[in-house]
Design a protein around this ligand. Structure first.
Ligand SMILES: NC(=O)c1ccc[n+]([C@@H]2O[C@H](COP(=O)([O-])OP(=O)(O)OC[C@H]3O[C@@H](n4cnc5c(N)ncnc54)[C@H](OP(=O)(O)O)[C@@H]3O)[C@@H](O)[C@H]2O)c1
Length: 268
């Protein structure tokens, strides 16, 4: 890609993704809250900007890879942030793991300034980021997804477009639930730590959605799925009410994005 690409956030993942992009010849400008981390990338050809706003000013597409929702919001809304320079013709792609509400807030702000927004959380690790083998769960402006596809192809082995903003965040949660999680705070919320339990759940869901299933098979699968989920949900209800909302998101995603969920599972 000829255009200037920006990357905000040089933590474990952002650093590995930047190295991968540079290896593939991207014109990359980076910014990090702790500026010293940027220096490591200069010898690989990256330019360094002093603020997130300066990156957006220079670049057509800016990727963010930040630790959590508060970091993602701060980099967009605070002084010298993304919002100061985003405008028509520029795209902002947030690849951090954040909740759907945070993503929607960022999307609305970017769009109100004329920019395009994609959320694109990833499933993977530092090693997979280094090898360009991430699974990318994009949602938002389809045109930006298509324009940025070559960047996703460099960073990932498979990219999904999941429709409107929020679906990427929810699908990321679903992946964490099914596969376990690399992020402790989310892993702590996941009930499905045990592999046999996950496989059991997955088989029931397959039965419910499979075209070949008869009514009787489906109702049996639904009943036993509920028997599995209800105690699990109850346990978590006692600990954290918010978790139920996430279960609901997940079940909605199963029904609205069945094809993508099925394809996604086959990435593992
Ligand atoms: N690590 C994994 O294996 C993995 C896998 C899949 C997805 N993820 C997700 O990817 C994202 C990045 O993960 P990571 O492992 O790279 O995290 P990390 O190593 O902790 O890096 C976090 C980055 O966010 C920056 N940051 C934090 N708070 C900030 C703030 N208030 N303002 C500006 N910048 C701030 C940090 O800047 P400083 O350098 O200045 O601290 C750093 O660049 C997370 O959302 C994570 O859930 C991680």
């Amino acid at each position: 890609m000829e255009e200037e690409i920006g990357l905000l956030g040089l933590g474990i993942m952002g650093m590995a993704m930047s190295r991968t992009l540079l290896r593939h010849g991207a014109n990359l400008t980076v910014w990090n809250r702790t500026p010293s981390k940027c220096e490591q990338l200069v010898e690989y050809g990256a330019s360094v900007a002093e603020t997130a706003a300066a990156v957006v000013k220079k670049c057509k597409y800016t990727i963010a890879m930040l630790s959590d929702p508060s970091a993602a919001l701060s980099v967009v809304f605070d002084k010298d942030g993304v919002l100061e320079q985003i405008c028509k013709g520029k795209g902002y792609i947030d690849m951090s793991t954040v909740d759907a509400d945070t993503s929607s807030k960022i999307s609305e702000a970017i769009t109100s300034k004329g920019g395009s927004f994609l959320e694109a959380p990833v499933s993977g690790s530092r090693k997979l980021a280094q090898d360009g083998e991430l699974v990318i769960l994009a949602a938002g402006v389809k045109a930006l997804y298509e324009e940025a596809h070559c960047l996703f192809d460099i960073m990932g082995k498979k990219t999904f477009f999941l429709g409107h903003v929020g679906n990427g965040a929810k699908m990321k949660l679903l992946v964490n639930m099914l596969m376990g999680s690399e992020e402790p705070e989310i892993a702590g919320e996941s009930v499905l730590h045990s592999r046999p339990l996950r496989v059991h759940l997955w088989l029931k869901i397959q039965l419910i959605f499979s075209f070949e299933s008869t009514f009787a098979v489906r109702s049996h699968a639904i009943t036993s799925l509920l028997k599995l989920l209800i105690p699990v949900c109850w346990l978590h209800f006692q600990r954290e009410f918010y978790w139920l909302k996430k279960v609901n998101w997940t079940l909605n995603l199963f029904s609205t994005h069945w094809t993508e969920v099925d394809l996604l599972i086959h990435c593992y």
